[in-house]
Design a protein around this ligand. Structure first.
Ligand code: EPZ
Length: 462
């Protein structure tokens, strides 16, 4: 790498600070059928943590199939602020963490991207010290990090929280984390990933019991192993990591995004369209595919990691409860609810992973859905049709849910909160339009706005 630093400049539509008044919106005219094939990108929730994992390595790593998303741009900014050099090269990013010159992640960046908290484990493992702002809550819940902190303390780190900053440091001559036996009260994806990364360079063996089994956790483990880490049990509830002294460069490709893939499966189902979705690993979507089949949709695996969606004559009700993997994924809860609003019969949908991830219910009701809430369970009675309406997305997956509901609704919908969708979907509107949807991104001045790849990311090479 020529060692040219990269400055990531978030564009004017950089979202979180701006009020909705000057944010682009989506305009959808429903009832168009979709056709053709869509290819999903690399998994956001693997790319973000793998980028943080590259901090463990004092040599250049190359990460491929990295989606062009606002959150990826923000993670790049956080890493740059720590002294990491990044270079985007098409769908790959070269990351060189040889010269980390900062142990504190900047508050203003971490507050925009919760996933920035993932740097705490690698910084501790590399530098023996880390100061990372608490990521704070978001629309879907309080998002505490107590399990991360408890695990790092078990590995010998001194951790205290002061003015919203998590201060973690190691004492002792070698200032090195120690292997430990850790039990997670909840199979937290993030805590599993933080502790796995920290353990790769610890002195001794670390066991993580009740670990998360998500495909993105396995992807991170495979990336760390490509760098020379010794990790066993990835994808099971018990991880065993034997610490090594140093990791080496790796060239690694991120798995496809199962949530983006699932979103397109649902877009096909709700518009009753036959569609092919490419770059999908069906085993990563077992629960979602099983539930789609229950609603009467045929999912036919084809060659080259492609599946064909063939909807039945009518969508049928089914019950869903979100659970840690391999259970039904919480990230698919909102988009699937959109389908259930038009599914004949009564469906019960219970969100058990996050305490506040049902904001889209009110918006779907505005579109004519028949949903009653009982605690964290939605009782959904299928209706004959939805009506287009002005609706507002409050989080990433709620935004996707409203977009696909609008595809099936009669008439026009406008969807505010596009900044949430852009965080996790690379040009969702463009991909849907290419499949035949009547969907436009409208800028605040009412002009139809082209959607370049990751509108908020302009990478300037210095
Ligand atoms: C990851 O979040 C994903 N984000 C989320 O995707 C996903 O919904 C979630 O895993 C569950 O699959 C990324 O990977 C960047 P958790 P994470 O720790 O790690 C509680 C999206 O839409 N908990 O498994 O934060 C927590 O409050 C995003 O792409 C603690 O109590 O999820 C929650 O109720 C949204 N203490 C539950 O565990 C902790 O220390 C699951 O959280 C950590 C978590």
């Amino acid at each position: 790498m020529e060692g040219r630093p990269i400055t990531l400049t978030l564009g004017s539509s950089n979202s979180s600070a701006a009020s909705d008044g000057n944010q682009p919106i989506l305009k959808v005219v429903g009832r168009s059928s979709l056709q053709g094939q869509v290819t999903v990108g690399g998994a956001k929730n693997a790319a973000l943590v793998v980028m943080a994992g590259a901090l463990l390595c004092p040599e250049e790593c190359r990460i491929r199939n990295v989606p062009s998303l606002v959150d990826v741009a923000r993670m790049g900014q956080v890493l740059s602020a720590l002294g990491v050099k990044l270079e985007r090269d098409g769908d790959a990013i070269a990351i060189n963490a040889r010269d980390i010159n900062q142990s504190q992640a900047p508050y203003e960046l971490v507050s925009q991207l919760r996933a920035s908290f993932f740097v705490i484990g690698p910084l501790l493992a590399r530098l023996g010290i880390a100061k990372v702002p608490l990521p704070g809550g978001c629309a879907i819940g309080a998002r505490p990090v107590d399990l991360h902190v408890q695990g790092l303390r078990a590995m010998g780190a001194h951790v205290h929280i002061d003015h919203g900053i998590v201060h973690a440091y190691l004492t002792g001559s070698d200032r090195r984390l120690k292997g430990a036996k850790i039990y997670l009260d909840y199979p937290s994806v993030g805590a599993t990933e933080t502790l796995m990364m920290a353990a790769t360079l610890a002195d001794g063996e670390t066991i993580i019991d009740n670990a998360a089994q998500e495909p993105e956790v396995v992807d991170l483990a495979n990336f760390c192993r490509a760098m020379g880490a010794k990790i066993k049990g990835a994808g099971t509830k018990k991880l065993v990591i034997s610490g090594v002294d140093r990791l080496h460069s790796a060239d690694y490709s991120i798995i496809p995004d199962r949530i983006e893939a699932g979103t397109f499966l649902l877009a096909a189902a709700i518009t009753r369209s036959e569609l092919s979705v490419a770059s999908i690993i069906p085993d990563h979507l077992t629960a979602v595919i099983a539930k789609l089949r229950k609603t009467g949709v045929k999912i036919v695996p084809e060659e080259n990691n492609t599946v064909r969606v063939i909807p039945g004559p009518q969508s049928l009700a089914t019950d869903i409860e979100t659970l840690p993997y391999p259970g039904f994924p919480t990230d698919m809860q909102a988009p699937f609810m959109s389908l259930l609003t038009l599914s004949e019969g009564n469906s019960l949908l219970t969100e058990t992973v996050f305490e506040n991830r049902l904001h889209h219910v009110a918006e779907l009701i505005r579109m004519g859905a028949d949903i009653r809430m009982k605690g964290n369970t939605a009782v959904i009675r299928g209706v004959a049709f939805l009506s287009g309406a002005p609706v507002k997305a409050t989080d990433l997956r709620a935004g996707a849910a409203l977009a696909i509901a609008a595809l099936a609704a009669e008439g026009e919908s406008t969807i505010e909160g596009l900044q949430h969708i852009d965080r996790g979907y690379d040009r969702l509107d463009v991909k849907l339009k290419q499949l035949g949807a009547n969907i436009e991104r409208i800028d605040p001045q009412g002009e139809t706005e082209p959607t370049p790849a990751c509108k908020d990311e302009s990478i300037l090479l210095k």
